[in-house]
Ligand binder design. Structure first.
Ligand code: SAH
Length: 305
């Protein structure tokens, strides 16, 4: 994976030293008690427009910092950071929600559209669920939603490298933009553990996280863990996939790190994958545990506005 990846603490230290640039005001704001800054000077929550502006800036600085930390650390390190600093997580989701509104499509809608056409009895696990909108909008009644912090009662807090689920107990696992940690191979192995034989794993990721927008080595790495890409699966045919391919041939981007900005269209930015688990339940103990053939995925950083 990424042996030299920065821990969240290192990211913070580097920012302090200026090795990673951060606007000083943002950084200062980042370290302030967010409840104080949210409440305003009088403590009643009535914010002047200047205060509102500062609050937006703080939210957006927190979002970018936490986002970067989550892409450059393991899930366990991110969990520790969030446990020490729970308010960062709400800032993350404020920022994430704002970002999603700028996209013409939300990739989560592809997952919802697909599941809406499927059996209601399917057991679904949403891994890295954010605010667990999936559980609210799909017809399946059994939907377990997991994230590092529970932002509402639908979410079970955990590191998705260690799910509180039985072996062979889930029909469909979903990773929607959530393969963030440098140890994302552990999340895939955990998905494999909880899936029924022939279970389905749906993944949506930002296209530029893959080297030259080419997910080939990623697909091979996932298949080495005992999954098979379902090339003709309807989820793979969601609008994002075809357009991505076209774009990729014309103009392969060079940068390892992507910046998702307002000018980009959804169709340029997301890949949907549908993998089926191979084998049967007696295979649990024999399954390959080596995640080394999985590529490092680039961090998806958001622009400072
Ligand atoms: N799937 C949601 C949220 C996407 S944001 C949606 O599409 O709306 C990615 C989410 O993955 C974040 O909420 C982040 O906290 C979560 N995540 C990343 N690594 C995780 C881990 N190791 N364990 C649990 N959740 C994780």
């Amino acid at each position: 994976m990424r042996p030299n990846a920065l821990s969240p603490r290192r990211v913070i230290q580097k920012r302090k030293r200026g090795t990673i640039k951060t606007n000083h005001a943002d950084w200062k704001a980042l370290n302030e008690d967010s409840t104080k800054s949210r409440a305003g000077k009088n403590g009643f929550g009535g914010l002047s427009s200047l205060q509102q502006k500062m609050r937006d800036k703080l939210d957006s600085a927190n979002f970018r910092m936490l986002n970067e930390a989550m892409y450059t650390s393991t899930g366990a390190e991110a969990k520790k950071l969030l446990n020490e600093n729970q308010e960062l997580f709400s800032a993350y989701h404020v920022g994430f929600r704002r970002q999603v509104q700028k996209w013409p499509r939300n990739p989560l809608d592809d997952v919802i559209a697909y599941l809406s056409t499927q059996r209601h009895s399917l057991r679904v696990a949403d891994l890295g669920c954010g605010e667990a909108r999936l559980a609210l909008e799909v017809p399946q009644t059994f939907v377990k939603s997991f994230d590092l912090v529970a932002s509402n009662e639908r979410v079970q807090p955990c590191d998705i490298a260690n799910l509180p689920l039985e072996n062979d107990s889930i029909d469909v696992v979903v990773f929607c933009l959530s393969l963030m940690g440098t140890n994302y191979g552990d999340y895939l192995k955990e998905a494999r553990r909880v899936l029924f034989p022939d279970g389905l794993m749906l993944i949506t990721e930002v296209a530029s996280r893959f080297d030259k927008h080419d997910p080939h080595t990623f697909i091979k790495g996932v298949e080495a863990l005992g999954f098979r890409l379902e090339k003709n699966h309807p989820f793979m045919k969601a609008p994002s996939m075809g357009k991505n391919k076209k774009k990729r041939r014309k103009k392969p981007p060079r940068k390892q790190t992507s910046e998702v900005g307002e000018r980009h269209k959804f169709s340029d930015f997301f890949f949907n994958f549908s993998f089926k688990l191979q084998g049967n339940d007696s295979d649990q103990l024999d399954r390959p545990s080596d995640t080394r053939s999985l590529p490092t995925l680039a961090a998806c950083l958001y622009k400072k506005r």
